[in-house]
Design a protein. Structure first.
Length: 438
């Protein structure tokens, strides 16, 4: 009989796997064409996989929390009016993974013959997902220890939650050690690790588990600080003319183009011009090699309603005019907040802008979005008294002032290059053509 294999789809260059976060349907349940059947997550984007046609979900081949590769079959769909025999269904299952080949462990720990219980468990089809195998490998969990875990998933699957709980319990077990007497010349002991939440008692605290996106953000931020020696430079920018122009044309722009004109597209335009002038800021580092990009893709950090952050990318910003940039900025921002971005829409940026001014901050020291080598933070635009130079002499006036801050990777961007690039961005904003049309 006919059957349809539902695969993990290709989702953009460099994306090779996805985590199955939630099944939206159950095995045996009927689905309509284009109805979503499961959710997957890659990097920071959640996506849904729809049914290619109406039918019944015969079987899911992975569990929630498993990591599947692009092209893997994750589910079997039987079209309306068809049925699958048990033999046909079994033939659709992926081959079992030989667990002992996954880990680089001593022979006595991997010998199946010495552990009949483990061998039985594996032969019975207890599927250990790639994610669980990876965690076990990273935490040096032996096969004997893995066999002790009672899987809570379907068919006694060992889920991510199961192995993480096992690791946590293992850490809490006391370890018998001989007392050690430190020599007099020993260095001072390092500061104690932060107290875990398990030390807290009473109702005076609330323990909040990080969601998946927050864990990823934390991981990327720590990684960026470890990889790149950050330096941050600042500059004041008089954007009075720019502000007056935008206030003058924004209603006409909305009526003519159907788009709201914010300051973000103007910042993107200025940065793009400056990157053309200083292409060595539009690079990445690969070991001892500098990779100079001949295209300009601008990432724009976007706050989500959940409080998390995502960076959609304006591809080929150097090939777009202000109207084109505005359309893409608004579209990406709207779909980011609605969780409707495609995975490849957060990939491939060569430089990132983050708008601190949206929340009233005047300046900040942003963390570089790897593998880029610089990130620009734009602060809030504030009216301030400022010295105005005129042919008749200096005077004091009320001006719209903002602070730009540029964090850059000192491995490849020195203070001179970083300062010149930052000054060039400021010049494009200060010398904005207030007579330009839309």
């Amino acid at each position: 009989m006919a059957k349809i294999e539902i695969l993990i789809p290709a989702m953009g260059e460099g994306i090779t796997e996805a985590t199955i976060t939630q099944f939206l349907k159950k095995e045996g349940e009927h689905v309509e064409e284009e109805e979503s059947i499961l959710e997957i997550a890659t990097d920071k984007v959640d996506s849904e996989i729809p049914a290619p046609q109406s039918g019944k979900i015969a079987k899911f081949l992975f569990a929630e929390g498993d990591v599947a590769q692009v092209g893997d079959v994750v589910a079997i769909l039987v079209p309306d009016g068809e049925e699958l025999s048990a033999e046909e269904l079994t033939s659709s299952e992926p081959a079992k993974v030989e667990v002992e080949k996954v880990f680089d462990l001593p022979k006595e720990e991997t010998a199946i013959e010495a552990e009949p219980k483990l061998a039985i468990k594996t032969e019975n089809g207890s599927f250990i997902s790639p994610l669980v195998r990876k965690i076990a490998h990273e935490e040096n969990i032996s096969l004997q220890e893995l066999n002790q875990i009672e899987g809570s998933g379907e068919s006694n699957r060992i889920t991510k939650k199961d192995i993480l709980q096992f690791i946590e319990n293992k850490k809490l077990q006391p370890v018998a050690t001989e007392p050690v007497v430190a020599p007099v010349s020993a260095k001072p002991a390092p500061a104690p690790a932060p107290v875990s939440h398990q030390s807290y008692n009473g109702d005076n605290v609330e323990i909040i588990e990080m969601d998946r996106m927050r864990k990823l953000i934390a991981q990327y931020m720590v990684q960026s600080k470890q990889v790149s020696p950050h330096v941050t430079s600042f500059i004041d920018v008089d954007v009075t003319g720019l502000v007056q122009w935008r206030n003058k044309v924004k209603n006409e722009f909305l009526q003519k183009e159907g788009q709201k004109l914010t300051f973000t597209p103007i910042f993107v335009e200025a940065v793009t011009k400056a990157l053309k002038d200083y292409p060595m800021v539009n690079v990445s580092v690969d070991g001892d090699k500098i990779i100079r990009k001949k295209f300009i893709n601008i990432g724009m950090a976007t706050a989500l309603p959940s409080g998390n952050l995502i960076v959609p990318v304006i591809k080929l910003a150097d090939e777009k005019n202000l109207v084109g940039i505005t359309r893409q900025v608004n579209d990406l921002a709207d779909r980011a907040r609605a969780n409707k971005l495609q995975p490849d829409e957060i990939q491939g940026s060569t430089f990132t802008i983050t708008n601190l001014g949206a929340f009233g901050s005047t300046t900040g020291t942003p963390i570089i979005n790897q593998p880029e080598v610089a990130i620009l933070a734009v602060g809030a635009i504030k009216k301030k008294p400022a010295v105005i130079e005129t042919p008749q002499g200096d005077t004091i006036g009320i001006r719209s002032i903002m602070v730009l801050s540029l964090s850059y990777d000192h491995r490849v961007v020195d203070g001179a290059l970083g300062g010149m690039f930052l000054k060039r961005v400021a010049e494009y904003l200060e010398n904005f053509d207030t007579n330009r049309g839309i």
